[in-house]
Design a protein around this ligand. Structure first.
Ligand SMILES: Nc1ncnc2c1ncn2[C@@H]1O[C@H](COP(=O)(O)OP(=O)(O)OP(=O)(O)O)[C@@H](O)[C@H]1O
Ligand SMILES: [Mg+2]
Length: 298
């Protein structure tokens, strides 16, 4: 596979059309973003000026021995395309529960979760998994790479699962994504042979596999030393600058301050929201719906 990737790099014949239609477009050596706009209007990656995330009156309760525990209490949250939102709060405040609602990993007890105007809280498990595979990239604290698959195979997995691209294209695309996170030379290795920072870079490449507009990250730097955390965070900043929308849980207030908005959760409620003026989403790629991985990682 690596040899083929080198040939691919040499020829630069293929450009990735990241419009999510499962096809490459022949390029002129540049990675194209289709017709100059992230394409849209196919009812999938739609550019419809609505909020990307709309959480309305979401309640999540868990039953335990002591009775019913309210982990989220009538949470409302809207996130616009191109925002970089940091979610902070004490341990047990409900941050992961909220991310899991938005990722469709868990379902609300009451309320609605709309992603791109799609009511994902109504989806069954299988439907949700397929939908998530295309529209949401999820990044976890402990990477959750599959240990028996190589790095490249891990990145191809979401493409295989959603049947995006042809098998040959999946390999090429995985290698390209790995190159963008400086991991192409490790493509044939197993996750256990890599450092935490390297594994997280692979997990980010995997999250980008199907070019989803939204990335959700639950303490993605929580298991990394501060220098590695900083470089992973810079990768997120580049992605946002080029069109991705990111919602990231973090315990690191210094990193949170670099996001465009900070949300504080306490006892299952959003108790504070601060917008960071100098880092607001630019009315450029993101607001045009452009979520091109190549541009994002260039
Ligand atoms: N599956 C579950 N069953 C029972 N209680 C749960 C479950 N998941 C979460 N909780 C409870 O809900 C509350 C919120 O949990 P959550 O994992 O969202 O917190 P958090 O803010 O992410 O904390 P941390 O910073 O430690 O990751 C906690 O009190 C937790 O014990
Ligand atoms: Mg958590």
């Amino acid at each position: 596979m690596f040899k083929r990737w080198l040939e691919y790099r040499h020829n630069k014949q293929v450009s990735l059309n990241t419009a999510g239609n499962g096809h490459y477009s022949n390029g002129n050596g540049q990675y194209s973003i289709g017709n100059g706009q992230y394409s849209i209007g196919n009812g999938q990656h739609s550019n419809d000026n609505g909020s990307l995330i709309e959480v309305s009156q979401v309640v999540k309760t868990f039953e335990n021995e002591a009775g019913t525990f309210v982990a989220l209490n009538k949470v409302d949250l809207q996130v616009e395309p191109g925002e970089f939102v940091a979610v902070i709060g004490k341990s047990g405040s409900g941050k992961s529960t909220l991310i899991n609602m938005i990722a469709g990993i868990d379902r609300p007890t009451a309320g609605e979760v709309m992603i791109k105007q799609t009511p994902i809280h109504t989806f069954g498990e299988g439907q949700m998994a397929r939908w998530r595979g295309q529209y949401i990239g999820v990044i976890f604290q402990f990477f959750q790479l599959l240990p028996t698959l190589t790095v490249a195979e891990n990145v191809m997995l979401p493409m295989d699962f959603c049947r995006m691209f042809t098998p040959r294209e999946r390999e090429d695309r995985a290698m390209h994504l790995l190159e963008q996170v400086d991991m192409a030379d490790q493509a044939h290795k197993l996750p256990s042979q890599m450092s935490g920072g390297q594994q997280q870079r692979v997990a980010i490449a995997r999250a980008l596999a199907n070019d989803p507009p939204l990335l959700l990250a639950d303490e993605p730097t929580g298991n990394l030393d501060s220098a590695t955390a900083g470089s992973v965070f810079e990768l997120f900043e580049r992605l946002v600058n080029n069109g991705k929308t990111i919602l990231m849980v973090t315990h690191d207030n210094d990193l949170a301050r670099r996001a465009s908005r900070i949300i504080t959760i306490a006892d299952g409620e959003i108790v504070r929201e601060v917008k960071n003026g100098k880092n607001q989403p630019q009315p450029t790629l993101a607001t045009q719906g452009v979520t091109n991985v190549q541009a994002a990682l260039a």
